[in-house]
Write a protein that binds this ligand. Structure first.
Ligand SMILES: [Zn+2]
Length: 191
């Protein structure tokens, strides 16, 4: 079945860019052709008082590279991550409603932590993830936001090996201000 495609919300564009991501960070494949799906992940640090955002890291990764990346995560960590989401009934219901086309409007959905409902304007850090094809967003996968609290809980379920793998991945691809990098050490990269 062909998934439905909608315009990509600007929140998933590269920071301060007027256009979506164009290539896979890992293999460099041209994502604008729409020949392979991709994911965009962003980690945002938000100054709650001034409402100024810094991007800790952001990238697009094609589904082939994401799959390879997933293979490097231990079975146990994969199962723990999966259980983390499936055990949260409210999150799962929200996702199922979204897949049926009966979910909250997209703007509403990406304005709060998908697990705890905290508005992003009130969180000092959060991550966002979405699924795309070419210049469009795939509506059969709910984009989600994860706030600091949910991230801490999830990273607590990772094995040390998995966290090492994820840190290696981050070290390899992300530069950026050192003080921000320090903040995200040990936080998982979600795929
Ligand atoms: Zn790739």
């Amino acid at each position: 079945m062909q998934p439905n495609l909608i315009d990509i919300p600007k929140e998933f564009y590269p920071f301060e860019s007027a256009e979506p991501f164009k290539e896979c960070m890992v293999c460099g494949i041209d994502l604008t052709l729409g020949t392979i799906d991709y994911f965009v992940e962003k980690a945002v640090k938000n100054n709650v008082e001034y409402q100024v955002q810094d991007i800790v890291f952001e990238y697009a990764i094609c589904s082939a590279c994401a799959h390879t990346m997933q293979q490097s995560i231990s079975k146990e960590s994969q199962q723990n991550m999966q259980a983390f989401f499936t055990n949260r009934q409210a999150f799962m219901s929200k996702m199922q409603a979204y897949q049926r086309g009966e979910g909250e409007p997209l703007e509403e959905l990406i304005s709060r932590c998908s697990l705890y409902g905290e508005p992003i304007t009130e969180m000092s850090e959060y991550m966002m993830l979405g699924h795309f094809r070419g210049g469009k967003m795939i509506t059969t996968t709910m984009p989600y936001i994860m706030g600091g609290k949910a991230m801490d809980e999830l990273s607590g379920l990772m094995s040390n090996e998995t966290i090492d793998e994820m840190n290696k991945f981050k070290d390899q691809y992300f530069g950026g201000p050192v003080e921000l990098e320090g903040l995200w050490k040990g936080k998982p990269v979600f795929l």
